[in-house]
Design a binder for this molecule. Structure first.
Ligand SMILES: Nc1ncnc2c1ncn2[C@@H]1O[C@H](COP(=O)(O)OP(=O)(O)OP(=O)(O)O)[C@@H](O)[C@H]1O
Ligand SMILES: [Mg+2]
Length: 310
């Protein structure tokens, strides 16, 4: 559905995207993960025909973005970093307007607009001024305009940025519901977002692809060590040493500024939680909490880079 080969985009002498290649199959949800300035937005702008590449090619929904931009644009929905909304318009008329300029046949417009309103949970705000809506609802209107014409490919640039946790959850579920019928690329710098929404991740760093993995493979990569956070009511002086003595534990340190919180690094192949719990009980440490700590983007990056070097 998306084929990118040797894509490069330079702004002056700055290479925003540096020779990336990847492909996305129909029905996949792929996450573009990378830090600020990695080149995510630039890649999306090339894929949507907003900017032309310096070199390399991109085909989206069967059409070359440079040779057949109009045909390509008919088949994609795009939610840019800053959603293109007319603040002085009311939600439903705005969506009708977008549907008509998107070339939806006149007699289908009402049905399509209703469907997009329903899918994006906009029923209760359909009669309100876009400019007065909360950020989350504006983001939903942005998503609704992107899916109105039932595109084959959806390109979403940081779709959950600026939303509150419950809105984030709803938008993620919405995006997940697009899988299968639509092919989706979304960008984010939040690893958890990719884990929860996508089946594949492309890690982009400094304009290059640092990893192209399914979520299972990525988790396995990150799984060479596990990290566990413990909260103990009555930690003693010897607690660190005793935890370290458990087979499979690689390192233990106290969390700065948090009384009784310990971070345990363990070998990925061993589950040391049971031994930790047993020891906590036998020593009377008062185990209040034990949880797996998700690896940060930085951790995954470092592991991937180390893996490549090895
Ligand atoms: N129009 C432009 N002119 C000059 N440089 C640009 C332009 N757009 C992007 N860049 C540069 O290209 C690089 C990649 O930017 P891009 O916006 O693609 O990153 P990003 O991965 O989307 O980052 P973020 O997470 O902050 O959104 C950055 O160094 C940026 O400064
Ligand atoms: Mg960006």
């Amino acid at each position: 559905m998306i084929e990118v080969a040797g894509l490069t985009k330079a702004y002056g002498d700055r290479l925003a995207v540096d020779g990336i290649s990847f492909s996305v199959d129909k029905g996949e949800i792929v996450g573009f993960l990378g830090p600020n300035g990695a080149g995510k937005t630039t890649t999306m702008r090339v894929l949507t025909g907003y900017v032309s590449p310096t070199s390399g090619t991109a085909r989206v929904a069967g059409f070359d973005v440079q040779e057949a931009p109009i045909e390509m644009k008919r088949r994609i929905g795009y939610l840019p970093e800053h959603p293109p909304l007319y603040r002085e318009m009311i939600v439903r008329p705005f969506l009708r307007f977008v549907a008509s300029i998107r070339g939806v046949p006149r007699k289908e417009i009402d049905a399509r607009v209703d469907r997009a309103i329903e899918r994006c949970g906009l029923q209760q705000v359909a009669g309100r001024l876009i400019g007065n809506l909360s950020k989350g609802f504006q983001q939903r209107v942005g998503l609704a305009q992107a899916i109105l014409h039932e595109p084959d490919v959806l390109i979403l640039d940081e779709p959950t940025v600026g939303l509150d946790p419950s809105q984030i959850r709803e938008i993620r579920q919405l995006i997940k519901s697009f899988a299968g019928a639509h092919t989706v690329i979304l960008s984010t710098h939040i690893l958890a977002e990719v884990t929860m929404t996508c089946n594949r991740v492309l890690i982009i760093n400094e304009g290059r692809i640092a990893a192209d993995e399914t979520m299972e493979v990525l988790a396995a990569r990150g799984g060479r060590t596990r990290r566990i956070a413990l909260r103990l009511a009555r930690a003693a002086d010897g607690t660190e040493g005793q935890l370290r003595a458990i087979p499979g534990v690689l390192d233990v340190r106290r969390e700065d500024g948090q009384e009784g919180v310990f971070l345990v690094e363990a070998e990925g192949v061993r589950d040391v939680r049971e031994q930790i719990a047993e020891r906590a009980v036998s020593q009377g440490w008062g185990l209040l909490e034990m949880r797996a700590v998700t690896l940060s983007l930085e951790d995954i990056f470092i592991r991937i880079i180390q893996g490549e070097a090895a």
